[in-house]
Design a binder for this molecule. Structure first.
Ligand code: E4P
Length: 217
């Protein structure tokens, strides 16, 4: 399973990269807007920090506009993956981008039919939003399971990227279901490390070692 960080914050991305567990980054217009920086400059900084797929989202909503923005983004660096919304015009653009060899991440997926359409259009990644479904009392994890099953049934090459992750259990469940990627906010990556027995166990080891006045080397 690949881990991406769902963030446009340079400090968070740097810290996550230093952990040695990071495979890529996803951004979206809201995350970018929060940083108050020039988008191109932000992308350059992210590309310096992480050598893996970096999703950057288009903001046009018509095929031709999406294509112009997508080609510009893809030309910045081979690691750029163009994030395209799951709308009719978006998928028309995805088909063309796929044919041109440009990688795509189809975002705002909330149903298995949408995921099927994205795979048919040749998307590199599909991003089902788990948390936003949970927010409206629909089981987001069930959608991941449905998409994984459908893609496996037909050997689609599109990778399932579990997005809108709200807590560590989402990551565990996505991993159990065989999602290819989880894009995880920094706060959740941090929470994944935590276990009270690790903390208390380490404290006891260190205290006992001190009492013994032993030296390691
Ligand atoms: C995915 O790539 C999106 O950026 C993200 O996961 C959305 O998450 P949110 O629902 O927490 O905004």
């Amino acid at each position: 399973m690949k881990f991406f960080i769902d963030s446009a914050n340079i400090d968070e991305i740097r810290e996550a990269a230093s952990l040695g567990i990071l495979d890529g980054v996803t951004t979206n217009p809201s995350l970018v807007a929060k940083e108050g920086k020039n988008f191109r400059q932000l992308l350059d900084e992210i590309l310096e920090l992480v050598n893996g797929p970096i999703s950057a989202e288009v903001v046009s909503t018509d095929r031709d506009g999406i294509l112009v923005e997508a080609r510009e983004l893809a030309a910045i660096h081979p690691n750029i993956v163009v994030k395209v919304p799951l709308i009719r015009e978006g998928l028309k653009a995805v088909r063309q981008l796929t044919d041109e060899g440009i990688k795509t991440n189809v975002t705002l997926c909330f149903s298995p039919t949408q995921a099927l359409l994205a795979a048919k259009a040749g998307a590199t990644y599909i991003s089902p939003f788990i948390g936003r479904l949970d927010d409206i009392s629909i089981d987001g994890m069930e959608l991941i399971q449905q998409i994984v099953t459908i893609y496996q049934n037909y050997n689609f090459g599109t990778q399932v990227l579990a997005a809108s992750i709200r807590h560590p259990l989402h990551v565990v469940q996505a991993a159990m279901m065989g999602a290819d990627v989880a894009t995880i906010p920094f706060k959740i990556i941090d929470m994944m490390f935590m276990h009270p027995l690790t903390e208390s166990g380490l404290q006891k080891f260190l205290d006992d070692w001190k009492k013994n006045e032993a030296k390691l080397v």
